[in-house]
Ligand binder design. Structure first.
Ligand SMILES: *[C@@H]1O[C@H](CO)[C@@H](O)[C@H](O)[C@H]1NC(C)=O
Ligand SMILES: *[C@@H]1O[C@H](CO)[C@@H](O)[C@H](O)[C@H]1NC(C)=O
Ligand SMILES: *[C@@H]1O[C@H](CO)[C@@H](O)[C@H](O)[C@H]1NC(C)=O
Ligand SMILES: *[C@@H]1O[C@H](CO)[C@@H](O)[C@H](O)[C@H]1NC(C)=O
Ligand SMILES: *[C@@H]1O[C@H](CO)[C@@H](O)[C@H](O)[C@H]1NC(C)=O
Length: 421
């Protein structure tokens, strides 16, 4: 429980630090302790909202299929109404909720007067690329958030307005990115393309490099065999889980100086360059469910390292930690190594290298001669808060039981989720 509590504290920190990007639409599958607390309400007060629009009788100016809540005069709610077409949109509306309908087409006419729209939620519909009029969204001069996940799109609607900040395209059938589709989208901070059909050829040729403000890029559950090239240097969160990536080029992450979290579980990595992750701001690295045979250098900033379900036979501390510098020690607190082929406990040197370690999740190992290791004895640190110690037991805590059952593919990416959708 102590571990969960810690994770939660870290979650809180991450969510506080990046509070404005804390939206997560994968909530159904999440394992977060309290994810709901971090979600904005369905129609939230937007500080950018301008209330100085000439007075119109809002209560009556509403599509008859929809609901315009008096308390949120700039929102129109039309979700879950079996709609097949986009209803009439009064000109003052800024937030439009059309999720969970049967809409296939987006015509230019539908949005002709909706020049105040900031946010459109068309997720969970039946949108088809060939039924979206060219540039229909580009004509909306204030559009910042566009939710198009769970549709039947084969490509990204284009052009998009350069005001766009967050674009959700997960769970579609996108297999190509049109040339220059990202051109001019200088304010885009979040792009979600998980659960599509993207392969290496789709993301080649500077597809993302023009997104100068991009902080989060999600490409999980696609068909990539290699790392996407030319990512913008502003990136902080990168999700590439569940592709078939087999290698990380030398110096790949040096071009991403702000990178904070890298998620690459469920890929085909066998080895990575020793210094692949030596970037100054990396806090979370998840490489579970790959084929790694060897560890690599752990950057000082890293706090959470996930290496479970790989092919490690030994954790070579010399490789993890080539130099031990007590004045500037590694910040690692959490390490998962269960389901590898480890035959011996992790060398006690690891605790010199990682003085802040709180949990090593050793679990069960794979292979015939796998055995539960005998834990080495560690001196108890005396500068520890007693209460904390009591809660966690001896320090460091080494978990032997794999009590977190991997259901439908794994909890590693679910139980610690700084991914602020
Ligand atoms: C757009 O506004 C014009 C002028 O107010 C109005 O005549 C027209 O019906 C509106 N069109 C739509 C699709 O709302
Ligand atoms: C958009 O629709 C999703 C359902 O797909 C819903 O969970 C979410 O609250 C909506 N988001 C916004 C910002 O309206
Ligand atoms: C991008 O965002 C900045 C700051 O909010 C704003 O001043 C600028 O006009 C935006 N650019 C576009 C193209 O929307
Ligand atoms: C650990 O790695 C170092 C550096 O490559 C190597 O010299 C050493 O032999 C390795 N130790 C073990 C036990 O494999
Ligand atoms: C990986 O992605 C495929 C689709 O590309 C999906 O069917 C599968 O469930 C995903 N696996 C995990 C572990 O997420």
């Amino acid at each position: 429980m102590g571990m969960l509590a810690e994770l939660f504290v870290i979650l809180l920190f991450v969510f506080t630090a990046f509070g404005q990007y804390n939206y997560n639409y994968y909530s159904d599958h999440d394992y977060d302790p309290e994810p709901d607390d971090d979600y904005p309400p369905a129609y939230h007060f937007n500080p950018n909202t301008q209330y100085d629009i000439p007075h119109v009788p809002y209560a009556t100016d509403c599509a008859r299929e929809c609901f315009c809540p008096p308390a949120f005069p700039l929102s129109m709610l039309c979700d879950n109404r079996k709609l097949k077409t986009i209803p009439y949109i009064p000109a003052h509306i800024q937030q439009l909720h059309l999720q969970f309908n049967n809409i296939e087409a987006v015509t230019a006419k539908a949005f002709i007067n909706s020049t105040n729209l900031r946010e459109i939620n068309l997720s969970h519909n039946k949108l088809m690329s060939n039924m979206i009029d060219d540039g229909v969204f580009a004509k909306l001069p204030h559009l910042a958030q566009l939710y198009l996940h769970h549709n039947n799109l084969e490509e990204i609607p284009s052009p998009l307005p350069n005001t766009i900040e967050r674009l959700f395209l997960g769970f579609n059938k996108i297999s190509r990115l049109q040339h220059n589709v990202m051109q001019g989208l200088v304010n885009m901070t979040m792009l979600d393309l998980c659960n599509n059909h993207l392969d290496d050829s789709a993301v080649k040729g500077k597809a993302f490099s023009k997104l100068k403000s991009l902080m989060q890029l999600n490409l999980c559950n696609n068909k990539l065999l290699s790392m996407p090239p030319d990512l913008p240097s502003s990136l902080m969160y990168l999700s590439l889980e569940n592709n078939s990536i087999s290698a990380i080029p030398e110096n790949y992450f040096n071009k991403l100086p702000y990178i904070h979290a890298i998620r690459m579980s469920y890929n085909s990595l066998q080895e990575v360059p020793l210094n692949a992750f030596n970037v100054a701001n990396l806090v979370e690295l998840s490489l579970g469910h790959n084929k790694l045979k060897q560890v690599f250098q752990v950057p000082k900033s890293l706090e959470h390292l996930y290496l479970q379900d790989n092919e490690l036979e030994i954790i070579n501390v010399t490789l993890l930690c080539p130099a031990i510098d007590p004045m500037n020690s590694n910040r690692l607190t959490y390490l998962r190594v269960e389901k590898n082929k480890l035959k011996a406990p992790i060398s006690t040197l690891a605790f010199l290298c990682f003085p802040h370690i709180q949990s090593i999740y050793y679990g069960e190992q794979k292979g015939k001669d796998a055995q539960i290791p005998i834990l080495p004895q560690f001196p108890m640190p005396h500068d520890h808060d007693e209460e904390e110690e009591e809660e966690r037991g001896a320090w460091p805590v080494i978990h032997e039981e794999d009590d977190e059952e991997d259901e439908h593919g794994g909890t590693d990416h679910d139980d610690f989720d700084p991914y602020p959708y």
